[in-house]
Every structure is written in structure tokens, then in C-alpha cells.
Design a protein around this ligand. Structure first.
Ligand SMILES: *[C@@H]1O[C@H](CO)[C@@H](O)[C@H](O)[C@H]1NC(C)=O
Ligand SMILES: *[C@@H]1O[C@H](CO)[C@@H](O)[C@H](O)[C@H]1NC(C)=O
Ligand SMILES: *[C@@H]1O[C@H](CO)[C@@H](O)[C@H](O)[C@H]1NC(C)=O
Length: 448
């Protein structure tokens, strides 16, 4: 009896995996388009991370057409990786549902700040009205805990909690108003005076010319940081790379040693085999040679040698295992450079045109044919249907047009929410127990 049960369970699991791991390239591979969609194209936001245990790249982006914001991944199979020429398939890890696109609570995701390997949590960056906010997104309960509000200052983080490290420490290095070492991975806000939160160096927040931190990484005993310096005039932009001993505790400012200045926007840093690799993005087309991946190495006479490896706009850069450098670009490609190969061999990991994806129902539809919309109403945007849940009052929970909210002109769609015009009630806003007056724009008010 027990054996039979186990055999049965294994069969079920295998069957489920086969169905859900089917790779699609277009909607017609998924069944009844556009109710069933192939999620293969994504507009990648800034930030790229590597999951050492699952061997995949993590990033955030908007799925093409449905515009759903998601955390997605591409699996980097170590054996196929080297020299592979065919792009890999996109997998949606989970949707990010906490964005508030309009109104005074406005908060919208603009990138991936980092990724904790020990907790398997993505830390997202939100743009809010007065500042940015950064914190872990919890897919189990679809919530986000914003921990940092760096305001005018930037926040740089390095999650030093990969399994493969010899030291089994879970450390977060961060830089905002100062360079910090936190000997735990924070998932909620904590006191600055926590005994496991040590300041290596103070960056003077009162000095307006003091460059702000953008990126931080560790290699051996050193921390490397990237700062943007706009110069005293404000138009003399340079990215500055500096190094500091990670054992520093409240060290003097000159413990941070500048090792290079670059006249372009650095968008990521990793260190491998005594070489520094920088991602760069050109702000203006005229500076197009200032985009790509650069390798900085020390020559025998102590000078820095700069080698440009590629020439595309980089928005995310991360180091995988075995010397693989991965980077994402403004046009949503992901590439790999094999840093151990003699000619720094490059391959495409993800291509929005050529990569496959997985099938999914259009938003909130269910059923095997993706056409079930229980307790909902179907709304169309740019040829894509969406199943919108109905509220207890019978009105849809989201709208684009007044007509979706009830009878016009008594019903109103404002900030994507349904309302009745002043004084009206009823499921279709059609009830007025008083007298109706019309203003000069021919909008009604119900006077009681
Ligand atoms: C969601 O789950 C995480 C971790 O399980 C927890 O720390 C957090 O407080 C939860 N948030 C809410 C709103 O329940
Ligand atoms: C840390 O700061 C908080 C509030 O600023 C205070 O309540 C707490 O006592 C402080 N803890 C220590 C160990 O100083
Ligand atoms: C990039 O362009 C600048 C000016 O346009 C030029 O001085 C510089 O040599 C170029 N660098 C490379 C690596 O081509």
C-alpha cells in the first residue's frame, strides 16, 4: 500500500513538471490566444543577481504586453553555459503586486537592489514621491518591508551570503552616509546602533561635493565602492572607484583609497582574479564608446590598464560561479563573458526575440483553457483581456473608462477606481432619490 502510494506520487509529480515546463515561443504554442499567453519577452529593469544554489540569474522586469511586474529568472546550466549560442528560456518566479502606480501613496518598482542567497529573497528598489525605498519582497504573502529610505543619498549593497563562501557568515555590506558591515541579513528595519551593525567609515552628509555611493562589492579582504562625482561645478562628471579594508571600524576618511576615475556612468562592479570589471551606460549617443563592460587591471609599473570588452549599455552586472560574468542591457538582453577564456568569450544568455518562455493565462483568468473569469468582468487593453474581480457593490475593482463602472454619465472612473458621481448610488450609479442638476460640462449631481 505504501509503495503504491509513493509510485503514484512520483508519477503525479513527473507529469506536473512536464506540463508546466513546456517552453513556448509564441502565444499559439499555449492554446487559445490571447487568453493564454507565452511569457517569453520581458523589459528588464536595472539590477542583476546570481543564485548560487539554483544556478540562475535573477532580475525584475515587466512582462511584455500584460505589463505585469515580476521577479524573473534564467537558468544558467553550467554544462551548457560555456560556448553555448542558443539563448535560454525565461521563467517568471513570481509577480510583484505591491506597486501603487498613482496617487499620494505612489510607489513603483524601478529595479532589483540585490538578492540574498541565504534567504532566497529579492530586494527591490521603489521610487516614491519623496525618495526611493529599498527592501525585501516576500512572495509568500505578497508584501514588501522597506528598510532603507536613502533620500538624496544613494544606497549600495552587497549581499555576502553565498553558500560557496569558506566563511559561513551572512553579512551585508552597505553604503549610504557611510560604509557599513551588518552581520545579519536584515529583513526588517533595525536600529543604527545594533551591535551587529558596524560603521567602517563615515561619509560626510553635510559636504555637498562628497560623492554618493552607487555600488559596493567585496573581494578577499577588500571592499570596492563606486561613487559618482559631479565635480564642484556640477558638470564635471566622473565615476570614482575606491577600495577599503573590510575590517575597518570607524576609520579615518583617508582609509578609503581612490584607485580610478572614469568619465562615464558605472552601472555595476565585480572583482575577479585581481581584475576589476565595470559595467557602463552611455547617457548620450555621442558617448557611445563609454558603454559596455570594462576590465581594469594593474600593470607591473603600478598603473591601471583599461580594456573595453563590449560596447552595449549595461544596467546590471553580476559574477556567477566559475568566473562567469553576467550582464543585462537597456534593450533587455543578458550576456555572459567567460572571464577564464583567453579571448573573454561572450555568449547570449537571454534575448527578448529569441528566448522561449512559459505559458500563462492572461491576468487572473483560470481554467485549462484560460477562459474562466469567476466573479469577475473581462476588460480589454491593447488586445489583451484581463479578468477584473468585482467588489461586493458589483463594480469592478479596477477600471480604465467610466462605462466600466456603471451607467454613464452617473458612473465615474478615477485613478483606476470606480465611483458614482456625487449623490448617486446603486450598482450602476443610476439611483438618485433627490433631484438631478447638470453643470455646464453636462455632468450630473444628485441633490437630496
Ligand atoms: C510576510 O512574510 C514575511 C516572512 O515570512 C514576514 O517577515 C512579514 O512580516 C510578512 N508580512 C506581512 C504583511 O504579513
Ligand atoms: C539604540 O537606539 C535606540 C533608539 O535610538 C534606543 O532606544 C536603544 O536603547 C539604543 N540601544 C543601544 C544598545 O544603545
Ligand atoms: C571614446 O571617445 C572619446 C571622445 O569621443 C575618445 O577620446 C576616446 O579615445 C574614445 N575611447 C575609445 C576606447 O574608443
Amino acid at each position: 500500500m505504501k509503495i503504491l502510494f509513493i509510485v503514484f506520487t512520483i508519477l503525479v509529480v513527473v507529469a506536473t513538471v512536464v506540463v508546466s515546463s513546456k517552453v513556448c515561443h509564441q502565444d499559439s504554442d499555449c492554446g487559445d490566444a490571447p487568453y493564454a499567453l507565452c511569457q517569453s519577452r520581458i523589459n528588464i529593469l536595472k539590477g542583476l543577481a546570481y543564485d548560487y544554489d539554483r544556478n540562475l540569474l535573477i532580475f525584475a522586469g515587466h512582462i511584455d504586453r500584460t505589463l505585469n511586474l515580476v521577479v524573473a529568472s534564467v537558468s544558467v546550466d553550467g554544462s551548457k553555459d560555456k560556448g553555448s549560442t542558443s539563448p535560454l528560456s525565461l521563467k517568471v518566479e513570481y509577480p510583484i503586486t505591491t506597486d501603487i502606480p498613482i496617487g499620494s501613496e505612489f510607489s513603483t518598482t524601478i529595479g532589483l537592489q540585490g538578492y540574498s542567497n541565504s534567504l532566497k529573497l529579492a530586494y527591490i528598489i521603489n521610487s516614491q514621491r519623496l525618495s526611493s525605498a529599498v527592501g525585501p519582497y516576500f512572495p509568500n504573502n505578497n508584501s514588501v518591508n522597506f528598510i532603507w529610505y536613502p533620500r538624496g543619498y544613494k544606497l549600495a549593497t552587497y549581499f555576502d551570503d553565498q553558500q560557496q563562501q569558506s566563511v559561513s557568515e551572512h553579512t551585508l555590506y552597505s553604503c549610504t552616509f557611510g560604509i557599513w558591515r551588518t552581520d545579519f541579513i536584515p529583513t526588517q528595519s533595525f536600529e543604527e546602533n545594533d551591535s551587529n551593525h558596524v560603521r567602517l567609515l563615515r561619509l560626510d552628509p553635510d559636504n555637498q561635493y562628497n560623492p554618493k555611493c552607487e555600488f559596493i562589492t567585496r573581494a578577499n579582504e577588500n571592499l570596492y565602492i563606486v561613487q559618482y562625482d559631479f565635480g564642484e561645478s556640477g558638470n564635471d562628471f566622473q565615476s570614482v572607484v575606491s577600495v577599503i579594508d573590510r575590517k575597518c571600524v570607524d576609520c579615518p576618511p583617508d582609509s578609503l583609497h581612490e584607485i580610478g576615475r572614469f568619465p562615464f556612468e558605472i552601472t555595476g562592479i565585480v572583482v575577479y582574479n585581481n581584475h576589476i570589471y565595470l559595467g557602463a551606460k552611455a547617457e548620450f549617443p555621442t558617448n557611445s564608446n563609454h558603454s559596455g563592460v570594462f576590465e581594469i587591471s594593474k600593470t607591473i609599473d603600478g598603473k591601471s590598464k583599461v580594456l573595453q570588452l563590449t560596447q552595449v549599455n549595461v544596467i546590471g552586472l553580476t559574477l556567477g560561479s566559475k568566473g562567469n560574468l553576467y550582464y543585462s542591457t537597456t534593450n533587455s538582453f543578458i550576456y555572459n563573458i567567460d572571464l577564464n577564456s583567453k579571448d573573454k568569450k561572450e555568449s547570449i544568455i537571454y534575448s527578448p526575440e529569441k528566448s522561449g518562455g512559459s505559458c500563462s493565462c492572461a491576468n487572473y483568468f483560470t481554467g485549462s483553457d484560460c477562459k474562466k473569469c469567476d466573479n469577475g468582468v473581462v476588460q480589454w487593453t491593447k488586445g489583451i483581456p484581463e479578468c477584473i474581480k468585482l467588489l461586493p457593490n458589483g463594480r469592478p475593482s479596477k477600471c480604465n473608462e467610466n462605462s466600466q463602472c456603471g451607467l454613464e454619465p452617473f458612473a465615474l472612473c478615477m485613478d483606476s477606481k470606480c465611483f458614482c458621481r456625487e449623490g448617486f448610488s446603486g450598482n450602476k450609479c443610476e439611483i438618485c432619490s433627490g433631484t438631478i442638476t447638470w453643470d455646464e460640462l453636462q455632468f450630473p449631481t444628485c441633490n437630496h
